[in-house]
Design a protein around this ligand. Structure first.
Ligand code: HEC
Length: 131
């Protein structure tokens, strides 16, 4: 019984692991920066990730992680963003990209949001690499 029982347990554990991996986990770590770079084309109309590069349509996203919302001086942010009190960590960026207007009501960012958890994780991985 011992061996068979152990085998069953292992099988059950791996099935659970596979199911968990496929579940729509909240986008956090584990994104792919290369896929994120492609996905960033949607953002690049308005944003640059290169240090010091200005765009008139949106703030520079270089060194995004760990900084306070609306803290770069290359862009005139909305009052909503200035007063949000958000510090950009993975969770905050994830929530903002999922639904910008819901996470920061009154934001000037005209973007419908990204429903795909993996795509947001990829974008976060890319933005981190661009620090
Ligand atoms: C149509 C233009 C546009 C697009 C497309 C766009 N953004 Fe934005 N984004 C903005 C604007 C404008 C702001 C400033 C919002 C405000 O002041 O309320 C902003 C703000 C941000 C901020 C906060 C920056 C800070 O310093 O506080 C992040 C992060 C961000 N955008 C990420 C993204 C990402 C990632 C994408 C692509 C998935 C994207 N945006 C797509 C225009 C855009």
């Amino acid at each position: 019984m011992g061996v068979m029982h152990e085998w069953c347990r292992l099988l059950a554990v791996s099935v659970i692991a596979i199911v968990a991996a496929g579940a729509p986990a909240h986008a956090q770590s584990g994104g792919d920066p290369e896929r994120g770079e492609k996905a960033f084309k949607k953002c690049a109309v308005c944003h640059s990730v290169k240090a010091g590069e200005k765009k008139t349509t949106g703030p520079n996203l270089h060194n995004l992680f760990g900084r306070k919302a609306a803290s770069t001086d290359d862009y005139k942010f909305s009052d909503a963003m200035k007063k949000s009190g958000v510090v950009w960590d993975e969770k905050a960026v994830d929530a903002y990209l999922l639904d910008p207007k819901k996470h920061i009501p009154g934001t000037k960012m005209v973007f419908q949001g990204i429903r795909d958890d993996r795509e947001r994780a990829d974008l976060i991985a890319f933005l981190k690499k661009a620090q």
